[in-house]
Design a protein around this ligand. Structure first.
Ligand code: MEV
Length: 422
């Protein structure tokens, strides 16, 4: 059976599965069963999911959880999170509770500007190009009027169009650098449509348009979130030393990119989980956040901490281009529900909530790392996964969870304890 195929996208779902199972799984019926068992019995819902992407053959479940007790700017939230990593939601919930008795989280959006660029090559005289741009500039707005009409009604649109000379970085390379306000939508399609219309109007025979595309690097779509309390209120014992370790942990991340990447990965555990649960694009958020972390030429922490006059302050600044309308946000029933759970936030409010989720994760990670170590909590959460892998019965599971209540969980220790049981 050949392992390549033509016209695959035209096959219906069962035909696709049959082909796949024949070509790659020796006609193993079990594979077919696994794929089919994840189909939703509600056909309308399944059709909806089938149509999100091409060649859908099944659904891939991720847990959908909530993390309650977050207080953000004085409002109470239960934050929806979609993630497979066992300790993330538990950590978020603990930290939410912890800060809820210390004034909660404060967050504010610093800016909301998004960016798109028309990249082009031009070999001619720069003054002539500038002339052409200045003459055309008004028209460049005009040709987008149809596209921007609704956005303008909502308070958004094109903020500015700039001609940028990039020839010092690449011979003959210029760009139209366009800034946008997209209000409550992430705005990717809106931005790209505007850029293509602009490029069409701007082009002339000696301008070679290479491409038009939004940028996922959005340092001016920025949100700040923070917590603070008296150093003495942070821990029951040794508070001063442990608070200091927090500050040192961030200094280490700033000094050492190997640590900074892991440090920021922990932040993104919280960020991505909410981004995903609200139907936003986590790849865009990831790319933008990491570029921001390296904005000064060295990859550094997205969070910061200080101790001043006996006050511990811990904060994050992170670019988040998000939408609460458009895209998948209202189309996927669970994203819609997530947004309802968050009381239908504006994109700005969602930026604040997600920045808080990232900050909370980092607080949880640094607190564990600088005290007990990460494995204690992590392995406790992972215990049920190991028990499941071993195929333990409900009774054995209950015994093992009880047995490890006050013992160190390692994979070997669980296997040994289980083997003694069976
Ligand atoms: C694990 O997913 C995340 C951490 O490694 C983050 C960190 O080290 O700060 C615990």
């Amino acid at each position: 059976m050949p392992k390549t195929v033509s016209g695959f996208s035209k096959f219906n779902k069962l035909e696709k599965i049959n082909w796949l199972v024949s070509a790659f799984f020796n006609d193993d019926e079990n594979v077919k069963d696994i794929l089919i068992q994840y189909w939703n019995k509600n056909e309308v819902l399944q059709d909806l999911h089938d149509d999100f992407i091409e060649n859908t053959i099944s659904n891939f479940y991720l847990p959908y959880a909530v993390s309650p007790n977050f207080i953000i700017n004085g409002r109470e939230y239960a934050i929806p999170m979609t993630i497979e990593e066992s300790s993330v939601v538990a950590a978020a919930s603990l930290v939410a509770k912890f800060w809820s008795t210390r004034g909660g989280f404060k967050a504010n959006v610093i800016s909301t500007t998004k960016i798109g660029q028309v990249h082009f090559m031009y070999e001619g005289n720069k003054a002539e190009l500038e002339n052409h741009f200045n003459k055309k500039k008004e028209h460049l707005y005009k040709v987008t009027e149809n596209i921007t009409k609704n956005m303008r009604k909502r308070g958004g649109g094109i903020l500015d169009i700039e001609l940028r000379d990039k020839t010092s970085e690449l011979e003959n390379y210029y760009q139209l650098h366009v800034t946008f306000e997209t209000v409550d939508s992430m705005g990717a399609n809106f931005i790209n449509s505007c850029l293509e219309a602009i490029a069409d109007e701007f082009k002339k025979e000696d301008i070679q348009i290479v491409m038009c595309i939004l940028s996922n690097y959005v340092p001016e779509c920025l949100v700040h979130a923070e917590v603070s309390c008296k150093v003495d209120d942070l821990y029951a014992e040794n508070s001063e030393v442990l608070a200091q370790k927090f500050v040192q942990a961030i200094q280490i991340a700033n000094a050492e990119p190997h640590r900074a990447v892991t440090h920021n990965k922990g932040i993104m555990n919280g960020v991505d989980a909410v981004v995903l649960a609200t139907g936003n694009d986590f790849r865009a958020i990831e790319a933008g956040a990491h570029a921001f972390a390296a904005r000064n030429g060295k990859y550094k922490s997205l969070t910061n901490a200080t101790i001043e006059n006996g006050i511990f302050k811990f904060w994050i600044e992170i670019p988040l281009a998000l939408g609460t309308v458009g895209g998948l946000t209202k189309l996927h029933p669970l994203s819609k529900l997530s947004l309802e759970l968050l009381e239908n936030p504006s994109a700005k409010e969602l930026m604040e909530i997600i920045a808080v989720a990232g900050l909370a994760q980092n607080f949880a990670a640094l607190r564990a790392l600088t005290t007990t170590g990460i494995q204690k909590g992590h392995m406790k959460m992972h215990l049920t996964n190991i028990i499941k892998q071993l195929g333990a019965s409900e009774e054995e599971k209950a015994f093992l969870i009880d047995y490890f209540e006050h013992k160190t969980v390692t994979h070997n220790a669980v296997v040994e304890a289980y083997n003694k049981l069976v």
